[in-house]
Write a protein that binds this ligand. Structure first.
Ligand code: FO1
Length: 446
């Protein structure tokens, strides 16, 4: 059974005598998916068929061919895997508020389940769908281990205020997933004409797909076991060294929901037969990631200057008129053409691989603050570039990372200095103390 605390009713309604639909969006996987498990429970209770639908939008927050390629290959695997369980998967191109509500009506669907997502665009989609349907509409947090609304009912100040809440609740929610069961009868639906759907996408095709990572649920599980078996010790020692392949590299899979953080933590715990939440990896995977969902869920200005805390706004405002040694346009940043070879190398790594190293992301964003006309422009540039080139762009983690770097969200005030004010400063010399910047630059200088 799915823990009821993972579920909340978005819209009441009378469940009619029809199939149950899981509207898949954030959690694009078949196994380890609480939203799909809950939808199957409801279908079994009502003795009704179960459909999974995915509303495919033409352009999602600036996503390019790079991200759509990764996502669509993952969805292909979802469709094949669901068919083995007699669960039809339907791709609905177009705007979700129209397509989902139309699907519910035309197929006299009896109940609708969606997965949780703190982003504004997703809340808007759900609001519009709620207004057009009259059947019960549930939302399940299939992304977080501790459901976002259970972990905290407000915007948290920092990791140290949030961590104890997560640690206390984790035992209740870190439970094993039940298996998805095969539905008894096949429901045949017209196969998806993928080619026409894909060709109708109006996306920027200049940002090419990457080839270093295989998309999809099974590749995600393989990548996890490789990491746990071969690279975990490297991670704890070298995770902040951009020259080592020491990061887990599962963030693209987590972003598209091709693997669940709960599966990752369960496998991590099984490997050690115990779970020490003080370790770096669980801290990053659970506390930091759920804190990002908390920030985006409870602060609708998560992607702008207005979302910053009063102290940060004040200090940045005090320094608006400071001399900027360099001021770069978006074009100069995008083309990695600043005066700083380290910054340029990080930008090229992101353009070439779709994944900038975690340590470099902080340096990269903070330098955009230092070399932009004002903080608003810095945030815009950082989000634009991150979402255009990162595989895991358009994610609460990304917005929170930019807000931390440029607006000190979840960080404390530091010593006052030009441009940054009390926002934590990072510079080339600091990076040089941490890792071999010359070889990082050589590696990423085309
Ligand atoms: N979610 C959808 O429901 N439909 C889409 O067509 C869609 C496209 C898309 C493209 C790039 C990307 O990074 C994310 C995309 N998402 C889409 C959302 C994604 O599934 C995640 O829910 C959010 O980006 C993270 O919260």
């Amino acid at each position: 059974m799915v823990n009821e605390k993972r579920v909340r009713l978005l819209k009441a309604g009378n469940q009619s005598n029809g199939a149950v639909v899981y509207w898949m969006s954030r959690d694009q996987r078949v196994h380890d998916n609480w939203a799909l498990l809950y939808a199957q429970e409801k279908a079994a209770e009502a003795n009704q068929p179960l459909f999974v639908v995915f509303a495919l939008v033409n352009e999602f927050l600036g996503a390019t061919l790079r991200q759509y390629d990764f996502m669509l290959k993952g969805l292909k695997e979802v469709e094949v895997e669901l068919r083995k369980l007699n669960i039809p998967f339907i791709l609905l191109p177009g705007s979700p508020q129209i397509e989902i509500s139309r699907f519910v009506k035309e197929n006299s669907i009896g109940l609708l389940v969606a997965d949780f997502d703190p982003l504004k665009i997703k809340k808007e989609w759900k609001k519009k769908v709620s207004e057009k349907i009259s059947v019960p509409f549930y939302e399940v947090d299939a992304h977080n281990i501790v459901p976002c609304w259970i972990a905290s009912d407000k915007e948290e100040f920092a990791a140290y205020t949030f961590r104890p809440k997560i640690h206390k609740l984790l035992p209740e929610f870190l439970d094993e997933y039940p298996p998805l069961i095969k539905m008894k009868d096949r429901v045949d639906i017209s196969p998806i004409d993928r080619e026409s759907v894909y060709s109708s996408l109006k996306i920027n095709k200049n940002v090419k797909p990457v080839d270093w990572i295989r998309p999809g649920e099974s590749a995600a599980l393989n990548s996890l076991s490789d990491f746990l078996d071969d690279r975990l010790n490297l991670y704890s020692v070298h995770r902040n060294d951009p020259n080592q392949q020491a990061q887990s590299d599962i963030s693209p899979y987590l972003h598209f929901g091709q693997i669940s953080a709960q599966r990752v933590l369960l496998n991590y715990r099984n490997k050690f037969n115990s779970l020490n939440m003080q370790d770096d990896f669980p801290e990053e995977l659970v506390v930091r990631r759920e804190l990002a969902d908390n920030y985006c869920n409870y602060n609708e200005n998560y992607d702008s200057f207005d979302g910053f805390r009063a102290w940060a706004k004040q200090t940045l405002n005090e320094h608006r008129k400071d001399d900027r040694e360099y001021i770069y346009s978006l074009d100069v940043f995008e083309n990695a053409a600043t005066h700083d070879e380290l910054w340029n190398a990080a930008q090229r790594q992101m353009i070439d691989t779709g994944k900038m190293h975690g340590y470099m992301r902080m340096y990269w964003a903070k330098k955009i603050l230092e070399w932009s006309k004002n903080p608003e422009e810095a945030i815009h540039f950082a989000i634009y570039l991150n979402d255009k080139y990162e595989l895991d762009g358009r994610d609460p983690n990304g917005y929170t990372g930019v807000a931390w770097s440029i607006g000190g969200i979840h960080d404390r005030a530091w010593f006052d200095r030009p441009v940054f004010g009390k926002i934590r400063y990072m510079n080339y010399n600091g990076a040089k103390k941490k890792f071999d910047v010359i070889s990082f630059i050589d590696k990423h200088t085309s």
